[in-house]
Design a protein around this ligand. Structure first.
Ligand SMILES: O=C(O)C1=C[C@@H](OP(=O)(O)O)[C@@H](O)[C@H](O)C1
Ligand SMILES: C=C(OP(=O)(O)O)C(=O)O
Length: 666
């Protein structure tokens, strides 16, 4: 996950490959609750691992459920309908699928067994309505206290209290379907007689009720229904765990890749694995909307393949009540259309993670789009004149994911712009690795992928600075010095004459080199510590003097230019390898400062060292690096010079990030 203040997406051009979706949020949290209410163990496979499921799992643990991992399964040892904890405070983040169903289940459990439970969430959760559910539960006889504003969390669910189960339970369905879902999931707890639930008002987001009914059936509860108006939980219903449940991929998460295929898969299609024609989730019908906009879609039981069909896409008008979450993706696809796109019947967008109609309209306008909105609709015009924009994400995962599709503007305009996604980690709600997954299936022109080079003499602190800048921007880091060090080490191990440039260059393509978690591996061996040793530094300096060796390592270094960007540290990154880098930094420090730092570093590792001879070595190495004929150590003409002798690491990082920001169009 990119846990950084912003993620800049350079212009993207194409898409190809296969995406394996994370588990469905809606299915995961329903299955967890049903397993918790059942008796005995349920093995849940392919469970979504995200913020929304984490709060549900924490809540279940607090309530006394067994929750543990066994291989690739999460095992829930259920309560069998009996409360083990009679008091608890549950923090449910911003997960509607945890807040609403747990409120109903705990209200009913507290009423029948006694207890006091508080449910709360993030500030936005306290602005998301729950009054219709509370009214239904109070009508049934549950004791519920508003701990904040009436009709919103936080709430206290108290008991015991007498339940009136003979009259129908009435619930409004026109603000959120999750209220009906919550009652359907919880009321089998007290189904000594038939329980009738009646929906008041037009039910929205109907396909989510189908998910609820299907999963209840898997846990042994066969709800009878009268269309969408009434649902009857038969007397004697009991939750019976099926023992094992497989969670299918998330169909709402699929929408971003369906959109991606429609926009950018011009050759082979994007393959999306985890949902397909047999999906339980209504959002799989997003493919119909995408097809109406021009996408070519093929489906199998649990896969989709999508490629570009019509181009530009076709503007559509669509009632999106049945796909409230996935439909947001259409508003960004609409930028690439031949005419306006109008989405209707989406009033619920206003009470989700943020006011999504307002959020999408505001952010689309920042890109230059013309957008109109009403209480329950939005209209987006195609965009020709794109502006670089910093997209505010409102702690809404879907806003962040949707706007990644705006980075394909280079497919419709010459004046390509990057897109900045603020607080990209909000995707953690349902798809923590969204951006990594995206980068795995999109292509960009190498020249569009930003590079920051940090060159400078040995022990100037390039490595630390590059790592920190890389972390701050979410960029890849290339420690080119390590490549020379590995080559020097491997050449020495192979018994080569290090003065023989051809021989040393010949082993470069055979190096089995990988960088993982800040470590460098040669084959399976972690050689990080060896590479840092002074002796290896000298080997590196020797082999680096050969033009043939530098040539062999060139391509390897260029290959590190990957999305979303690269920070390359070395000696000739800005002059020879990435001459088109957006920002070039030449880092220096006095020989005395560098010798002191190296000395401290060695001493802290328990290696004895003499500061004077370290300084002499450094100076000798500087001379060799400066005077070699192949790529001598010298600042690029357009480099920013940074002498960090008197600077802290933070100050150097801030300086580089400041220069970087000056070069950004945001
Ligand atoms: O039941 C569910 O799993 C959901 C129902 C929908 O909410 P509404 O019924 O409030 O539209 C949907 O937006 C949400 O992401 C998940
Ligand atoms: C509306 C959403 O979430 P929640 O389950 O919190 O309602 C969503 O994921 O788009």
């Amino acid at each position: 996950m990119f846990k950084i203040p912003f993620l800049d997406l350079p212009p993207l051009r194409g898409a190809t490959g296969t995406v394996r979706l994370p588990g469905s949020k809606s299915i995961s949290n329903r299955v967890l609750l049903l397993a918790a209410l059942s008796e005995g163990k349920t093995f849940v496979r392919d469970l979504l691992a995200s913020d929304d499921t984490a709060v549900m799992l924490d809540a279940l643990r607090t309530l006394g459920c067994g929750v543990w991992r066994e291989g690739d399964a999460v095992v829930i040892d259920g309560l069998g309908g009996k409360l083990r904890a009679k008091e608890a405070q549950l923090f449910l983040g911003n997960a509607g699928t945890a807040m609403r169903p747990l409120t109903a289940a705990l209200a009913v459990l507290a009423a029948t067994q006694g207890g006091s439970f508080e449910v709360s969430g993030v500030p936005r959760m306290h602005e998301r309505p729950i009054g219709d559910l509370v009214d239904a539960l109070r009508g049934l006889g549950c004791a519920i206290d508003d701990l904040g504003n009436a009709g919103y969390p936080p709430l206290r669910l108290r008991g015991p209290s007498a339940l009136a189960l003979d009259a129908p339970v009435k619930v409004r369905g026109d603000v959120s379907s999750q209220f009906l879902t919550a009652l359907l999931l919880a009321l089998p707890l007290v189904a000594e007689r038939d329980i009738r639930i009646e929906v008041i008002g037009e039910l929205i987001s109907k396909p989510y009720i189908e998910i609820t009914l299907a999963l209840l059936a898997r846990f042994g509860i066969a709800v009878k229904r009268e269309g969408w108006e009434a649902f009857i939980i038969p007397a004697g219903s009991r939750y019976v765990s099926p023992g094992e449940v497989f969670v299918e991929g998330d169909a709402s998460s699929a929408s971003y890749f369906v959109g991606l295929g429609a926009i950018a898969a011009t050759g082979t299609p994007i393959r999306i694995e985890g949902v397909g024609s047999e999906s339980l989730q209504g959002d799989v019908r997003f493919i119909e909307a995408a097809a109406a906009m021009g996408a070519e879609v093929k489906t199998g039981p649990n896969w989709l393949e999508v490629r570009r069909g019509a181009w530009p896409l076709k503007g559509i008008t669509l009632d999106c009540n049945h796909i409230p979450d996935a439909a947001m993706t259409l508003t960004v696809m609409a930028l690439y259309a031949d005419g306006p796109t109008t989405l209707t019947n989406i009033a619920s967008w206003r009470v989700k993670e943020t006011d999504r109609i307002a959020a999408m309209a505001t952010e689309l306008r920042k890109l230059g789009a013309t957008v109109d909105e009403g209480p329950d609709w939005i209209r987006v015009e195609p965009l020709k004149d794109w502006k670089a924009a910093s997209i505010h994400t409102y702690d809404d995962h879907r806003v962040a994911m949707c706007f990644s599709l705006a980075a394909f503007n280079g497919l419709v305009t010459e004046n390509t712009v990057p897109v900045r996604i603020l607080e990209p980690h909000c995707v953690a709600k349902t798809f923590p690795d969204y951006f990594e997954t995206l980068f795995g299936v999109v292509t960009a022109n190498a020249a569009d992928i930003p590079v920051i080079t940090i060159d400078g003499p040995t022990a100037s602190g390039k490595g630390t600075l590059a790592d920190e800048v890389g972390k701050a921007l979410g960029f890849e880091v290339l420690d080119s010095g390590a490549l020379y060090r590995v080559t020097g080490l491997a050449a020495r191990r192979a018994g080569l004459d290090l003065d023989n440039g051809d021989a040393v260059a010949a082993i470069v393509p055979t190096l089995k080199l990988s960088f993982r978690d800040g470590h460098v591996f040669l084959g399976d061996e972690d050689v990080s510590a060896r590479l840092r040793a002074e002796a290896t530094g000298l080997l590196a300096s020797q082999v680096a003097a050969h033009a043939q060796v530098r040539q062999a390592l060139n391509q390897l270094q260029l290959d590190f230019r990957r999305l979303p960007g690269l920070v390359a540290d070395g000696r000739d990154m800005g002059t020879a390898i990435f001459p088109d880098a957006t920002l070039k930094v030449f880092l220096t420090a006095s020989a005395a400062t560098r010798a002191e730092r190296r000395h401290k570093q060695l001493i802290s590792k328990g290696i004895s060292a003499n500061i004077n001879s370290l300084r002499e070595d450094l100076e000798a190495r500087d001379e060799r690096d400066k005077n070699r004929s192949a790529s001598p150590l010298t600042p690029a003409q357009d480099a920013q010079l940074l002498d960090n002798s008197a600077l802290t690491i933070e100050a150097s990082v801030d300086q580089v990030l400041g220069w970087w920001q000056q070069r950004r169009p945001f």
